[in-house]
Ligand binder design. Structure first.
Ligand code: FES
Length: 117
């Protein structure tokens, strides 16, 4: 599990480190360290910016590649119990990446598919 603890100077783009990511990392590490079923099989580590800074604190769980956003200290027990222990995605915290088509104004090009013969 990678938890963003990226720091930026105050007044600019938000960052997870100042927004609770550092405390979140410590709480998740403490949670895993005190759980015999998780300690040794789950690694929780801090990382730099993951990308969606405005929605942080963010974290990503591998190998499944589940992204969570807006995670707070109140979510630690649930993430631990449901995701790390049971392998269940906590849907209410899942980060929804913007659709590439929406982001670049693209989408359907309007091109018609070739007619079948
Ligand atoms: S600062 Fe955490 S995702 Fe960018």
């Amino acid at each position: 599990m990678f938890v963003c603890v990226n720091q930026r100077p105050a007044g600019g783009k938000p960052c997870c480190g100042r927004g609770g990511g550092t405390d979140l990392l410590a709480a998740l590490q403490r949670e895993v360290a005190t759980r015999p079923d998780l300690c040794g099989s789950v690694a929780v580590t801090g990382c730099d910016c993951l990308g969606p800074c405005f929605d942080g604190p963010n974290l990503v769980v591998y190998p499944e590649g589940t992204w969570y956003a807006g995670v707070g200290l109140d979510d630690v027990a649930e993430l631990s119990r449901r995701h790390l222990e049971a392998g269940e995605v906590v849907q209410r915290l899942v980060y929804a990446w913007p659709d590439d088509d929406e982001e670049d104004g693209g989408g359907d090009t309007g091109a018609a598919a070739p007619a079948e013969e």
